[in-house]
Design a protein around this ligand. Structure first.
Ligand SMILES: [Cu+2]
Length: 295
């Protein structure tokens, strides 16, 4: 017991020492075509103030600060068994439930059917793994909850271990030629260097006649921005918003972050540990972290 306490105190002391050097615990999400979580995060620029994003944040009860942390452990390819219909965009995670709103005005990217696509998947901690890109079937209705049956069984692109350059993976693909209108580009990134699988929804629009491709906001407006009262639960949410786990600087007095640098920097502990530590921090702080360390 005393040994445990001593170890814990030492860990806390180390955390305080290392805090300024801790990078945000970050993993990834598509930035182009922009994913819902990125668009509606504090990094989302003008997207964040769109009607859709304001509704998503309100429904979520917390901002999407941890845009790169939408991941589920131990799925091992059983996406369709473990991620419930209607909750694909949140990965079934309550902390991201606002992303599951069924609406047609999410910030979206215009794409051309049959065109070459290079997805930019922002990431600051590299992981190995396989990206699978799915596009909703023709006939998808964005005003209905996204279900697995909206997606083809097979991805239209699958890339393993693409290089990480300038903070992003770049995933080359050829878009299906037979889509028009609103669709969801659903990206699954199953890590091989960790047990995590990441899920993302990027809203895309195929113009009926157009061939141009831009990355701006095709829908959603945002011209009439009305400030929304802050949910005020960021970082201090008792339900363990993952926002708390993303960045040490956003976590008020959280010695649990000690597990992060230790794991990341450990000689024989791979990145898996870094992500596991982030989960612990996000799930509620010190007590849980200490408990986890014992087990
Ligand atoms: Cu990660």
């Amino acid at each position: 017991m005393t040994a445990h306490r001593t170890a814990a105190v030492a860990a806390v002391a180390m955390a305080v020492t290392l805090l300024p050097a801790i990078p945000a615990l970050a993993h990834g999400a598509p930035t182009d075509p922009v994913s819902r979580v990125v668009a509606c995060s504090p990094e989302g620029g003008s997207h964040t103030r769109t009607v859709a994003c304001r509704a998503a944040i309100a429904a979520n009860g917390a901002p999407f600060t941890a845009w790169d942390n939408l991941r589920v452990a131990d799925v091992n390819g059983r996406d369709r068994q473990l991620i419930p219909d209607g909750r694909l965009c949140s990965g079934g995670l309550p902390a991201y439930r606002g992303l599951d709103l069924a609406r047609s005005d999410w910030p979206s990217t215009r794409l051309a059917p049959g065109a070459a696509l290079t997805m930019t998947y922002g990431s600051t901690i590299p992981h190995t793994g396989t990206f699978k890109l799915f596009l909703t079937k023709q006939g998808y209705d964005p005003t209905k909850p996204l279900t697995w049956s909206d997606l083809p069984t097979q991805p239209f692109a699958q890339v393993t271990d693409p290089p990480l350059t300038n903070g992003a993976y770049r995933i080359g693909a050829r878009l299906p030629a037979d889509r028009s209108g609103h669709h969801v580009l659903y990206t699954i990134w199953q890590n091989s260097s960790t047990t995590d699988t990441y899920y993302s929804c990027s809203d895309v629009v195929f113009p009926a006649s157009g061939t141009s491709r831009g990355s701006g906001t095709a829908k959603g407006g945002g011209a009439s921005y009305t400030p929304v009262p802050s949910p005020s639960s960021s970082g201090a949410s008792p339900s363990g918003s993952p926002a708390a786990g993303d960045s040490a600087t956003t976590v008020p007095g959280t010695p649990a972050a000690a597990t992060a640098p230790r794991a990341e920097g450990g000689p024989s502990v791979p990145l898996l540990a870094g992500c596991a530590a982030a989960v612990v921090v996000g799930a509620g702080g010190v007590a849980l972290a200490v408990r986890r360390r014992r087990g």
